[in-house]
Design a protein around this ligand. Structure first.
Ligand SMILES: NC(=O)c1ccc[n+]([C@@H]2O[C@H](COP(=O)([O-])OP(=O)(O)OC[C@H]3O[C@@H](n4cnc5c(N)ncnc54)[C@H](O)[C@@H]3O)[C@@H](O)[C@H]2O)c1
Length: 380
């Protein structure tokens, strides 16, 4: 195989960008050989953009069974991700799935099992993992030189969206369509990075405010408090109703502090000793460990979506590393499911939580949703 032959499922905002990235030659080892969308308008766009003879399917199963592709990229609304991925694995295809991996962990576990059984390559579009700031933070925390994590904090409130945004598709802003709000649509990247860099918390207490700033069913404002197995605590705060908002990710560790603002640079405050040790042994009441501050050298390259796609092709063709393994998508979803469940039950949730209870609670909200299942499956 010289290049991976890719079929794109879903030609909306994101699918269209992926298609253009490939046709612009930005993904060296990939060629686009089929697309599908259930919307006639989007198919008409594809026929015009890709040419009259290009295979444009009306149904994802026709594309999956077409025989002209090695892999699919799934870029449709969230609930369908696991179902379509499972069909693709059954057909012997490799899968690159958009975030989030699904809406509830039970369906994502089925997808992960199908991926493992198929032996095919499974990747997830966590394009922010290509940002070298986050890679550096991951390397420093997991490397252990800064000691144990004491506190985590991510304020990510610069996701401002207007009412027009939520009105742009029937599936948006509804329990039946999106299965959640800012946690499911905007924050899967941060929730993935949060757990990738800081590990998984054991307890979650969250307050999710539904339709606080917009006329929507789902949450657009969240404050969550987290407790980690080692006793560290954390907060995760997000909103789509605030402008200009803030994007500040801070990790306090025994021997230092890492601060990242706007994904641009990492400030490392490095202590000459463990502050816990210093606290116990210093004879001075107002003593402080020595601390130096450095702006870390970060590589400029941040290929984002095309980086994830090229790595996916590289794994298929030459066994190279992925940016994010597909099965890891469940971790960030566990965090958002735990936040939702905590808010719904008005109590602290322990991870692992009761996934049947989560689904029952989600389904109550879906049943009352203004979006009906057919529109949620395929809306324009
Ligand atoms: N990685 C990122 O940076 C990023 C950014 C935006 C969106 N996304 C993700 O991409 C996905 C799509 O989001 P979007 O903003 O493009 O939505 P969108 O509504 O603009 O596009 C979705 C498209 O999928 C089509 N569709 C729905 N069901 C289908 C099916 N079964 N078969 C074929 N086509 C189908 C719809 O007709 C629509 O054209 C979501 O999972 C979203 O979270 C990722």
């Amino acid at each position: 195989m010289a290049k991976v032959r890719l079929g794109v499922i879903g030609i909306g905002n994101m699918g269209t960008t992926h298609i253009k990235n490939i046709t612009d030659g930005q993904v060296q080892d990939m060629e686009l050989t089929a697309v599908t969308d259930c919307s006639p308008e989007r198919r008409a766009w594809a026929a015009e953009f890709l040419g009259a003879h290009f295979p444009v399917f009306a149904d994802e199963n026709e594309l999956i069974q077409s025989g002209g592709i090695d892999a699919v990229l799934i870029a449709v609304p969230h609930y369908q991700h696991p179902m379509i991925a499972i069909e693709a694995f059954k057909a012997g295809l490799h899968v690159l799935c958009e975030k989030p991996s699904g809406v509830y962990t039970k369906q994502v576990r089925e997808m992960n099992d199908a991926a493992a059984k198929s032996g095919k390559i499974f990747a997830i579009m966590f394009n922010q993992r290509t940002n070298s700031c986050f890679r550096k933070m991951h390397e420093l925390v997991s490397g252990g030189s800064l000691g144990a994590v004491m506190r985590t904090s991510w304020i990510i409130t610069n996701w401002f969206r207007t009412e027009a945004y939520y009105a742009s598709g029937d599936w948006r802003g509804t329990w039946e369509g999106e299965g959640g709000g800012v946690l499911l649509n905007q924050c899967p990247h941060q929730l993935d990075l949060f757990q990738w860099i800081c590990g998984m918390p054991r307890h979650v207490r969250a307050f999710c405010h539904n339709g606080k700033w917009h006329n929507i069913e789902v949450e657009d404002d969240v404050t969550a408090y987290l407790e980690y197995p080692n006793g560290a605590t954390g907060t995760f705060i997000t909103s789509t109703g605030e402008f200009p908002g803030t994007n500040r990710f801070e990790i306090s560790l025994e021997k230092g502090k890492l601060v990242n603002e706007d994904g641009n640079e990492v400030l490392l405050h490095r202590l000459n000793t463990s502050q816990r040790e210093f606290c116990k042994t210093s004879s001075e009441g107002f003593g402080r460990p020595e601390c130096t501050v450095e702006k870390l050298q970060i590589e400029n390259s941040n290929p984002q979506h095309t980086g994830v796609m090229q790595a996916f092709a590289g794994r298929i063709l030459r066994g190279e590393p992925l940016i994010a393994e597909g099965h890891e998508g469940i971790n960030g979803l566990i965090l958002s499911n735990a936040m939702h469940l905590s808010s719904w039950l008005d109590k602290t949730v322990e991870i692992p939580f009761d996934e049947d209870l989560f689904l029952a609670e989600l389904n109550k909200r879906r049943a009352a949703s203004k979006t009906k299942p057919a529109a949620a499956r395929c809306s324009t």
